[in-house]
Design a protein around this ligand. Structure first.
Ligand code: PLP
Length: 497
């Protein structure tokens, strides 16, 4: 018998097993044929009989052969030939059997996101990516200690399955913080801990929407929400925003059957506008009148650089129509993957069941550390320090843009958050991608606003995340950008002259 088994670090019996299995699969050992006795094959290969017996036992256990005693081992039924693996794109094109949800999701050509969209960009020194973690000021030592205290106290409770709504001391600490510092109406039993605001949005879509349902969304919009609603089969009713945020006068009548409105009232994403009180009231009245739910995504308003953080919409809600979503991605760091929902009492059981269905519960160890971090006052202490850092960085960005561009840029939004939307009056929308490519060559990471608009905007615009860049890097980045964007007037003169 011709059996070549490869040299590798694997144990001998494993190598004999793999060689035999390969022979059976590619038809060299035909169905019905007999394999040599264990003794004969062992002698042939110069290995111990035990080695061959172990290989035969594994093949028998997996159904490749049938052994009767030590001397009779027969190859079992024919195996279908293995088709060559085709590339994913080809398989998708050829009508892969997937759900309607998956088909709707894949209609969005930007999904799945490429791996290159994450991590450091080679050669980019000043990266204005929105959402990058801001590492300075973070009390690493304290956080590490809290994690290790809980990791050391491992018990059945901490290592076993846990209640889907989340770790009770964290929900209690959060309820206390949200009531005291943010003015929310809530108790711990209305809070569910989730894996970031994205999971809050996903759970809301599962619990509240059926295919064909209408959802009111802001325009411009947050794609993490709109893509999720569309994948769930919802129809988007895009409502324009103006300098005061969502235009509530355009909210659809009850007959339109909107089931949900997804809003960012404390800092419209991405324009940064703040919804005034009368529009907040109009939105709540609309929800009460039509029976729609309101999903309030309060993703960043802890960072407000004039006065105190704004009271959320949920604080005004007397009819229990608002589902409030918060996250630690911008206040702490995104890889923590912790956020929370504050729910109307009537919806608590549905969301707990949906969380259980999705992933049982969020990882316990970070929840435990976070509970201590909040209840010891460290969280709010850090928010103050990070807020001062962010305010300085925001100011440096505004100053640098004003110094280099003057009235050639329009800066949108209030003094909140960790990003700015900037319109470049000298850059046509179709030229933004080329500008971004040139900036990358100069070591500056820039990002277009276009993905946040359903229809391409009339002006070229960029979204600047600033929280993770030092003030000198912000200044350098904007100086380099200014070198890449010549004034139109100058260009016009040059072309005439
Ligand atoms: C408006 C808005 N909502 C929600 C999220 C989701 O955040 P996460 O899932 O990290 O909590 C983001 C992230 O950038 C955001 O900008």
């Amino acid at each position: 018998m011709l059996l070549a088994f490869k040299s590798s670090a694997a144990p001998l019996n494993r190598r004999v097993y793999l060689a035999l299995k390969g022979g059976i699969r590619d038809g060299r050992f035909a169905p019905g044929s007999r394999l040599p006795s264990t003794r004969a094959l062992a002698a042939d290969l110069g290995v111990s009989r035990n080695t061959v017996m172990l290989a035969y036992e594994q093949l028998a256990a997996e159904g490749y052969v049938l052994s009767k005693g030590r001397s009779s081992t027969t190859v079992l039924g024919a195996l279908p030939p293995q088709p060559a693996v085709r590339p994913v794109a080809e398989r998708v094109q050829q009508g892969l059997q997937v759900s309607a949800y998956a088909r709707r999701m894949m209609q969005d050509k930007s999904l799945p996101p490429p791996a290159a969209a994450y991590g450091r960009r080679p050669g980019v020194r000043q990266d204005f990516r929105y959402g990058s973690a801001a590492l300075d000021e973070f009390p690493n030592e304290i956080w590490r200690r809290l994690l290790s205290v809980h990791a050391r106290q491992a018990s059945r409770d901490t290592l076993g399955y846990a209640f889907p709504a989340g770790y009770l001391p964290l929900r209690t600490a959060l309820a206390d913080y949200l009531k005291r510092a943010r003015g929310l109406h809530c108790d711990a039993d209305q809070i569910i801990i989730v894996n970031g605001a994205q999971q809050a949005i996903d759970l809301a879509a599962r619990v509240l929407l059926d295919p064909g349902d209408a959802v009111v969304v802001e325009e411009p919009h947050y794609p993490g929400a709109t893509k999720t609603f569309e994948a769930n089969g919802a129809r988007l009713l895009r409502l324009a925003t103006d300098a005061q945020g969502l235009d509530t006068a355009q909210l659809p009548p009850a007959a339109a059957g909107a089931r949900l409105a997804y809003v960012t009232p404390c800092h419209q994403f991405p324009s940064g506008t703040i919804l005034p009180l009368e529009r907040r009231q109009a939105l709540l009245d609309w929800a009460a009148r039509t029976g729609a739910w309101v999903l309030e995504d309060d993703y960043v308003s802890e960072f407000r650089y004039e006065g105190k953080p704004l009271e959320p919409l949920q604080a005004l809600d007397r009819q229990e129509r608002v589902i409030y979503a918060g996250t630690f991605s911008k206040t702490l760091f995104p890889s923590l993957r912790l956020g929370y929902l504050v729910l109307p009492r009537s919806l608590v059981p549905h969301f707990i069941a949906a969380k259980w269905m999705t992933d049982r519960f969020s990882m316990l160890l970070p929840q435990m550390a976070l509970a201590d971090f909040i209840s010891s006052g460290q969280f709010e202490k850090y928010l103050r320090r990070a807020g001062a850092r962010n305010a300085a960085r925001r100011q440096a960005l505004v100053d640098a843009l004003t110094q280099h561009f003057g009235d050639r840029v329009d800066i949108a939004g209030g003094k909140t958050g960790v990003h700015l939307l900037v319109w470049l009056n000298d850059v046509a929308p179709q030229d933004v991608d080329a500008l971004i490519a040139r900036a990358a060559q100069a070591g500056v990471g820039l990002y277009s606003v276009a993905p946040y608009f359903a229809k391409p905007p009339a002006r070229g615009g960029l979204l600047f995340g600033y929280a993770s860049l030092s003030v000198p890097d912000i200044r350098t980045g904007i100086r380099k950008l200014a070198e890449l964007v010549p004034e139109r007037r100058v260009r016009a003169k040059l072309s005439v002259g």
